[in-house]
Design a protein around this ligand. Structure first.
Ligand code: SAM
Length: 244
């Protein structure tokens, strides 16, 4: 958005220049000029290449959306829904996308059965894994922590409705003490793995385990390979397990 705002100044200059030379300036011309300049700034500011087509097409998409004459409250509603779902993804670089019941069961099979456990899904999304583990392991304390308010609210309500003993917290897992847990499950993103490893290595107790779905910690950062890499689904991403 900042880049689009910055691009508006040179875009206005270009549009006035085009008009001065009697070039027919329509809203579409203006949107294309604005998009091209925003894409150029994106390139100059060295953002990831996939931002360039997004920046180029954004003003045209705005124009097309205006053409649909949708009520303005719909934009606010969509914005609030997306805000509630993605919240601070711009900072964490971990958006919401769910794992599935096959993965949840593979996690269950990795858990020791000889003692009561305290389990946590850090970034619990809609709460699927936490509720599943609470159902399958009534002897375990199952917690989910989620930063985004909408998925948190959904999982908290689900737990209340099905009378699950699973607990859901709204908050940042970086503020937790991992020493409280026997198993920490993470389905995050490559950007989060380095910091997650440093926290886990500093805080997790001997005998506890860290499980990451799909994303490995770079062995150069961790100084070791995962103890297990398990294919929960055929051809799908692996579950990585580290014991402390
Ligand atoms: C890829 S989803 C995984 C959802 C769920 N664990 C599952 O397996 O279906 C990652 C979730 O982590 C949440 N998240 C990202 N950073 C977080 C943080 N620092 N603290 C708590 N939750 C976070 C995101 O909002 C998102 O819902």
């Amino acid at each position: 958005m900042l880049i689009q705002c910055v691009a508006m100044v040179p875009a206005l200059a270009v549009i006035y220049l085009l008009a001065a030379f009697h070039f027919p300036v329509t809203y579409l011309t203006a949107a294309l000029v604005q998009g091209a300049l925003a894409a150029l700034i994106t390139y100059k500011w060295d953002l990831a290449p996939w931002w360039r087509p997004i920046q180029f097409l954004f003003p045209v998409a705005v124009l097309a959306a205006l053409g649909l004459h949708l009520p303005s409250w719909l934009f606010l509603l969509l914005f609030l829904l997306l805000l509630g779902l993605y919240w601070s993804t711009f900072r964490t670089q971990v958006p919401y996308y769910p794992s599935n019941p096959v993965v949840w069961d593979a996690v269950r099979q990795l858990l020791p059965v000889d003692r009561p456990l305290h389990l946590i899904d850090i970034g619990s999304g809609l709460g699927g894994l936490t509720l599943y583990l609470a159902r399958q392991r009534p002897d375990a304390r199952c917690t989910g922590i989620e930063l985004a308010p909408l998925p948190f609210l959904y999982s908290w309500l689900r737990a209340k409705l099905v009378r699950s003993p699973a607990r859901f917290k709204l908050g940042d897992y970086e503020r937790l003490d991992f020493a409280e847990y026997d198993m920490v499950f993470a389905y995050l993103s490559p950007a989060a793995m380095g910091a997650l490893w440093r926290k886990a290595a500093a805080e997790m107790r001997p005998g506890s385990m860290l499980i990451s779905y799909e994303f490995i910690v770079d062995p150069a950062t961790a100084g070791r390979m995962p103890d297990h890499a398990i294919d929960a689904t055929e051809g799908g991403p692996a579950l990585y397990v580290w014991y402390f």
